[in-house]
Design a protein around this ligand. Structure first.
Ligand code: NAP
Length: 536
């Protein structure tokens, strides 16, 4: 056996979230020797870490679960249309147990570096404790929204009370009873947290820098009879997810905003606002995310809703976004979020008027005054898409650092491969179709599995993207985002995070074309025997 065939593992998977678990399952089926390194103490990834109050799906539960196992579909009951985090974590633990996945997962194992060794055609992976392993393939299953970011505010460590980022929520129950609580951040996470904390906190002070356009979730329970109907519908549910633009159940409306009368338009908006889930975002008129005039109408509709739900008109105005239109950032789905601001125990602080100056031992100081708190919750988001890669010392051919290669923005081949980083395959890497995440995960995992099978069957041990393939894919990524209003808005969609060095300016940083088109392109690569890549 040559040294090129002697790494310890066939594949090392980084992360035991939804993608890592499924990848492990598939590679085991292939008969490969696989090790998963997971920094947490359990499986679940996003659903392991994000235990903050109110965390739940924004996609319909039954469109979010894995579809690969009929047995799993038959035995698992979802209890709500949009399941809460504890249920999802139970589900993923059930998956890990059912398929006996844990025996190949090493927990409490944070990967600190991964270096390509050309001489052995393998990756050398080092953990925080200094231990090393080698594998032919490195499969990153690190999640697009996992590297959480604390705000860069002076004095943050001086606070004497309890403080916590939502993505590092304690495993023990946290009571807000009798407490003065602050929440910083009003993205999808902040909105879910605020709704829940407001129920029991003595006082809740929300520090908002940019309001978001939120829409009602309309969650409800699923009883046994409804679950039976859903179960018999699964083939249709997953078929629809394959057909829609972003793998959600909601189908796109073929008409444009101005193809209907104002009365019809209002009725359509009203209908969408009254329906569960993302329909108002992804099933709306086909031009709301590209035409300023169309977008102004849906934005005006939602602004009127906010005004009708918030009693104090000054507070309502603060909650209405002024610097971006509806749907140009991720739409947080809410349950009585706006009504929270009618409660006497809740106060909204607009940071554009009175910015935070510092965190003090007793609370937060804005330019206007000092606030005292027992607890500060940071719902301040993630270094999205590339942050989890940047935090590991990944080096490819010739010792080139991935972080340096991506300093001006990530460059990939179909979101799964990076030129100069052979045998590194990314699940949910930058430039894959995201949308309803598990649907994208299943596709990425199947593609990677097929590739590894192809290579094994032919005795191939090295695969890399070609520069021309990367160039062409990046051109596609640019082209499919042309004309989107979201390109002109700061958010993780455009790679902006004010808390991360070097991520202050907007760039096209994700694939925003359709999932079917993405899959068609990747299928084409596979069908042609991966000849667009460099195989050896
Ligand atoms: P986010 O959308 O990036 O929101 C972060 C919030 O923190 C923003 O309101 C931001 O204000 C604020 N912030 C950040 N730094 C700040 C600072 N220094 N001072 C004051 N405010 C600051 O993050 P997220 O809410 O965690 O959501 C991220 C993504 O995770 C979502 O878009 C979604 O894709 C996913 N998610 C999904 C679910 C679900 O499916 N149920 C739930 C939660 C999250 P600015 O807007 O001014 O920057």
């Amino acid at each position: 056996m040559s040294s090129a065939q002697s790494p310890e593992f066939d594949a090392i998977i980084v992360g035991a979230g939804m993608s890592g678990l499924f990848q492990l399952y598939r590679l085991r089926e292939l008969g490969l020797k696989v090790r998963v390194f997971e920094s947490g103490t359990g499986v679940g990834g996003t659903w392991y870490w994000n235990r903050y109050p109110g965390a739940r799906f924004d996609s319909e539960s039954y469109s979010y679960g894995y579809s690969f196992s009929q047995e799993l579909l038959e035995e698992w009951d979802w209890t709500e249309h949009f399941a809460p985090q504890p249920e999802t974590l139970r589900y993923l633990n059930h998956v890990a147990d059912k398929f006996d996945l844990r025996r190949d997962i090493q927990f409490r194992s944070k990967v600190t570096s991964a270096h390509w060794r050309e001489e052995t055609r393998s990756w050398e992976v080092t953990l925080e404790d200094g231990s090393r392993s080698t594998a032919r393939f490195l499969i990153t299953a690190v999640g697009p929204l996992s590297a959480f970011t604390m705000p860069r505010i002076e004095g943050i460590d001086s606070f004497a009370g309890q403080s916590c980022h939502t993505a590092r929520w304690p495993h023990e129950p946290v009571s807000f009873e009798g407490k003065r609580v602050a929440v910083i951040g009003t993205g999808a996470t902040g909105v879910q947290t605020i709704q829940e904390v407001a129920k029991t906190a003595k006082t809740l002070t929300v520090f908002q820098r940019t309001p978001n356009w939120c829409a009602p979730l309309h969650n409800r329970k699923i009883d046994a009879a409804e679950m039976a109907r859903i179960r018999s519908d699964y083939p249709d549910i997953f078929r629809r997810c394959q057909e829609t633009f972003a793998c959600f159940l909601h189908t796109a409306e073929p008409r444009g905003t101005f193809e209907v009368t104002p009365a019809e338009r209002e009725a359509f908006f009203e209908k969408l606002y009254g329906e569960p889930g993302f329909g108002i975002w992804v099933g709306n008129f086909n031009d709301i995310l590209t035409s300023k005039d169309a977008n102004a109408l849906i934005s005006d509709f939602v602004a009127r809703k906010i005004r009708s739900r918030v009693r104090d008109p000054r507070v309502a105005e603060k909650l209405i976004p002024k610097n971006h239109g509806f749907g140009t950032r991720r739409v947080p789905l809410e349950t009585r979020y706006y009504e929270v601001y009618n409660q006497p125990n809740v106060e909204l602080v607009d940071l554009t008027e009175t910015p935070i100056e510092r965190v003090t031992p007793t609370g937060i100081r804005t330019s206007a005054r000092d606030y005292d708190f027992d607890m500060i919750i940071y719902a301040t988001g993630f270094d999205a898409l590339t942050g989890a890669f940047d935090r590991v010392d990944i080096r490819g051919v010739g010792g080139e650092r991935l972080k340096d290669k991506w300093a001006e923005g990530a460059e990939t081949f179909v979101g799964m491969s990076v030129e100069g980083f052979p045998n590194m395959l990314m699940l949910l890497g930058p430039h894959t179709a995201l949308g309803n995440i598990p649907r994208s995960i299943e596709y990425n995992v199947e593609w990677v599995t097929d590739l590894l099978r192809f290579m094994r069957d032919r005795g191939l041990t090295r695969i890399d993207a070609r520069p021309e393939g990367v160039k062409a894919w990046m051109k596609t990524v640019q082209e499919v985002s042309a004309g989107l209003l979201s390109n002109d808005v700061n958010s993780w969609f455009t790679g902006v995070n004010t808390n991360v060095e070097g991520k202050q300016t907007r760039r096209i940083s994700r694939y925003s074309g359709s999932a079917p088109a993405y899959r068609a392109r990747c299928d084409e690569v596979a069908a042609a025997g991966y000849r667009e890549m460099e195989l050896g």
